[in-house]
Write a protein of this length. Structure first.
Lengths: 98, 487
């Protein structure tokens, strides 16, 4: 882990998460997150090669519902939350150029 | 003035049944107390007075028609991350300003069925990310015991409104301590139920494998009554467990004996840097439980010290995925761009606060190709060790006693510049979320500066009844819960 976090480039990772950072934010977060990543290196003290990972503490498997028609949310209430809408649809910027 | 706002659910329930007051009277007293004090406390983000009074009139009608449910007519404040149909749900984030919930969360439907009055929406750290409610974008909340101090977080508004008698009870959510820590800081009772006990449908997700909704109240008995209303299987949450819900409220014993009960004291839980007054109060509480007949046994949770490292990898990883839905397309804030990618980035950069951005970036990093095994998978494996520690410990005891936080509530601004310092405060609460079991926090003393101190009672999976019993016995044989802040 120690050799990996040296490579964390906050600006690049922010882009992966669709967040633009200002220069001040980049500098601030780089320092703070390097500190956090340094802290979590303590997990290297443990040998967990034989340990199974836990995704959910109380596991529930294969929860399926019956394939029956149910009630959905009210269409108008849902569309009313869209920042831009037309004819019952959410309006977005053009995706494909013709 | 009757000051019905100062009473508990159990007391009001009796008064309502006897016809000594109505739900409208209670709501009016609560609203009067909000008018008098919330300018200073700042617990509430929004209150729909007319809607609350209308719900109270309906509850009074139901009672007149013969209904007797324990929550009927009792006002409950709601943390601003639970969807209530027709109400805002901002998570105290600019990105959700203007959003109106199109449906009820399952816990809200359950409260409506039980006849509770949904009172108003209380402040929190943005998207539940924080331990002091200072990361809130839409409100500032103070600790009712000293307005210069933080109320804790992330359910800071939920704890402050109960402590200030601006609500009879409230709902919060706990991902790494977000119910128990503010309950301890504000001197009230809070329960983090076992993962799967309470449906998460309609809770704005932070870290889905850790989040649980729970009550904040003035007494353990009130927590038992409210918790019972919230629990139960729900087909809308695939992690919800099909299991019978005990009548927690009725099952509390009338005496305060703990004879036959084995209580564990984890030797690793009195951590370095712990405030000596916190340690003394908790050790005194342990002695008190012994005097009630409990046997105290030494237990060990050797991997609990890794909980913060594990938690801040797993919680941020899950958050980075959960918060991808806030992109300016379907709801909330939108900043336009020439294409969707520019729209997403502009919206998210302007809409999220700094702590949320920091956690999304960290979570994205630990899940990214090349780092997944080193961080995320490793954290999941250590999570197994932390859970195994509790399994071992509960072979030796019925419940575990511990502090909730290393220190009492601190002054505003003390930790805002140092995220890691604030994260480390969660050292005693995060292990329980990672392991999935249940815990409650209740008052066990005061520091010399007058700030409350909390005792944590930790139970095994689905052993809420045990921790409520221990908490009730302790509380009913001490006086801490009777003290109120002067506002």
């Amino acid at each position: 882990m120690s050799e990996t976090h040296d490579g964390m480039d906050v600006g690049y990772v922010a882009k992966l998460a669709c967040i633009d950072l200002t220069d001040e934010e980049k500098t601030l977060f780089q320092g703070q997150l390097d500190q956090v990543l340094h802290y979590v290196e303590q997990l290297n003290e443990l040998d967990v090669s034989e340990v199974e990972p836990t995704a959910h503490a109380i596991p529930v498997f294969n929860v399926l519902r019956k394939d029956e028609l149910g009630t959905s949310l009210n269409h108008d209430d849902v569309i009313a939350n869209a920042p831009s809408a037309a004819d019952g649809h959410v309006r977005v910027p053009k995706i494909i150029d013709q | 003035m009757a000051e019905l706002n100062k009473l508990t659910i159990a007391e009001l329930s009796e008064k309502l049944a006897a016809g000594d007051c109505t739900s409208v009277d209670i709501v009016n007293d609560v609203l009067a107390s909000i008018d008098a004090n919330d300018g200073n406390v700042g617990a509430y983000l929004t209150i729909d007075r007319e809607d609350a009074l209308e719900q109270a009139r309906v509850a009074d009608g139901r009672r007149a028609a013969g209904e007797k449910l324990p929550m009927l007519g009792i006002p409950v404040a709601i943390k601003d991350l639970l969807n209530v149909k027709g109400q805002p749900c901002t998570c105290s984030s600019k990105i959700l300003e203007g959003y109106v919930a199109p449906y009820d969360a399952t816990v809200i439907s359950k409260l409506r069925e039980a006849g509770a009055v949904l009172l108003g929406r209380v402040n929190m750290d943005e998207f539940a990310m924080g331990s002091s409610t200072e990361n809130a974008a839409l409100g500032k909340t103070s600790n009712p015991w000293n307005l210069d101090h933080v109320p804790g977080g992330s359910s800071g508004g939920s704890a402050a409104c109960v402590a200030a008698d601006e609500a009879i009870a409230s709902l919060g959510s706990d991902t790494g301590g977000s119910i128990r820590q503010p309950a301890a800081f504000c001197g009230c009772v809070g329960v983090k139920p076992t993962y799967g006990r309470v449906s998460r449908y309609g809770l704005t997700a932070f870290a889905s494998s850790l989040d649980q909704i729970g009550p904040l109240t003035k007494t353990v008995k009130d927590s038992a009554i409210l918790l019972e209303t919230l629990c139960g299987h729900d087909s809308m949450d695939s992690s919800s467990i099909e299991m019978e819900v005990p009548t927690f409220g009725k099952n509390l014993p009338s005496d305060t004996s703990l004879a036959g009960m084995k209580l564990g004291l984890p030797r690793e839980y009195f951590v370095e840097g712990m405030d000596p007054e916190v340690e003394k109060s908790v050790r005194d509480a342990v002695e008190h439980c012994k005097s009630l007949g409990a046997e105290i046994v030494d237990v060990s949770l050797p991997n609990a010290k890794y909980a913060i490292a594990v938690y801040y990898i797993i919680a941020t990883a899950e958050a980075s995925a959960n918060l991808a839905r806030f992109d300016g397309i379907r709801y909330g804030m939108r900043l336009d761009g020439k294409d969707p990618a520019e729209l997403y980035a502009k919206t998210r950069s302007a809409g999220f606060g700094q702590e949320v951005k920091r956690r999304i970036i960290l979570g994205t990093y630990v899940l990214s190709s090349g780092y997944y095994d080193a961080y995320y998978k490793k954290a999941q494996k250590v999570r197994t060790l932390i859970r195994d520690d509790f399994k071992e410990a509960f072979k030796e005891c019925d419940a575990i006693l511990a502090p909730v936080t290393p220190t009492p509530a601190y002054k505003k601004g003390d930790k805002t510049d140092d995220p890691l310092k604030m994260y480390l405060d969660d050292i005693l609460t995060t292990p329980i979320n990672l392991a999935g079991n249940c815990a409650l926090s209740l008052p066990c003393g005061f520091a010399s500066n007058g700030m409350p101190i909390g005792l944590q009672i930790i139970g095994d999976d689905f052993q809420e009844e045990t921790i409520l019993k221990v908490g009730h016995a302790y509380e009913q044989s001490t006086e801490w819960h009777k003290q109120r802040p002067s506002l």
